[in-house]
Design a binder for this molecule. Sequence first.
Ligand code: ADP
Ligand code: MG
Length: 437
Amino acid sequence: MRLSSFFLPTLKETPTEAQIVSHRLMLRAGMIRQTSAGIYAWLPLGHRVLKKIEQIVREEQNAAGAQELLMPTIQSADLWRESGRYDDYGKEMLRITDRHEREMLFGPTNEEMITDIFRSFVKSYRQLPLNLYHIQWKFRDEIRPRFGVMRGREFLMKDAYSFDIDADSARRSYQKMFLAYLRTYARLGLKAIPMRADTGPIGGDLSHEFIILAETGESGVFCHKDWMELDVLKDAPNVEDDLQPFFDQVTAIYAATDEKHDAATCPVAESDLVSARGIEVGHIFNFGTKYSKPMNAVVAGPNGESIPVEMGSYGIGVSRLMGAIIEASHDDNGIIWPDSVAPFNVGLINLKVGDAETDRVCLDLYGKLQAAGLDVAYDDRDERPGAKFADMDLIGLPWQLVVGPRGLKSGVVELKRRATGEKEELSVEAALAKLTA
Ligand SMILES: Nc1ncnc2c1ncn2[C@@H]1O[C@H](COP(=O)(O)OP(=O)(O)O)[C@@H](O)[C@H]1O
Ligand SMILES: [Mg+2]
């Protein structure tokens, strides 16, 4: 992509309405535009990152055996009356009436709809276990949308739903998602800590929130200080293995949200306990037959008996993750994208547009880097070098390749790693070799 024609409306001024750094940087980098309170348009740069996050989430769900489908955003109120949640959900639900006076709603979540799809087709225990997911926009009329995409009213979520014949099998489905979540966050360059969370009236120990520690987080959290240094995936099993030992090992290290934490009963000595704030980037829980019973989602068991299925649901805040990644990875100059989700892999900076040799070398590099499968943002704008460097730091691409007439005279270009600031002068060929290695 040539920046001269790329729609990248960066801001020079710091937007005053943004209270946290990720929101400020997303606005300044021209990634999003608020269209109503808590509702955002995703501009090309933001959209590229959103798609990359989404794709990593998708790959890890697929690897764990979940199957993607796509349910609509608009749902019928009738389904929610069956589960009893139509009245319970309250003002957070955006209710809509269609031209025939039918009551509809913009889905805040999909337990009812997926249960309806399930019961329409699945009749036998032999068709289980099953895990279905989609990545779809949700609407929740949050009383206080804030922090940009972190707490929006319209937001993108991955939500998966598991169906099992009994509690043991449901536990296994839960553990698969637990592992898939850890892998997903690791690929996004994040350290997410699974924390025991409130299960509500159903009880049990099968609910975890995945939390990124950050001062700007909305949740108060507590964890053992061992979590700070820990890489839980170092000895992680494969998804087909027995996951119980891994699950037990990871969950034995204390971590709980403030709703679950109780100083009086906490097993960790005060000196070993970290009290911090965190961002909830995922939430998984097993809720047994909470929906299958009232909605009559039953299958025939081995002896023909009718069994309500055991269910779980598993959410990841895809759009919130973008804010969380920036909270975790930025400096005074801007965003520092992890390679896995960067909107472009390389920013190619032409220091003197119009200088024949500089233009020629840049175009050659641009073509070769793209041919090697890299996404390249080629800054061919007629701007001062200082402005180009500042914009490149702001949008946070992992590599900056700087080409100018002075360097070319001595046969070199400059390669900068955004995360470390490390710069290196090398030949055009060596730069290409390093970036495409
Ligand atoms: N208003 C929101 N804006 C952005 N992301 C959200 C919002 N609400 C929830 N999410 C994301 O979706 C995930 C699943 O949501 P869920 O646990 O059902 O919501 P909540 O914790 O608000 O009850 C959360 O872990 C979070 O990452
Ligand atoms: Mg939650």
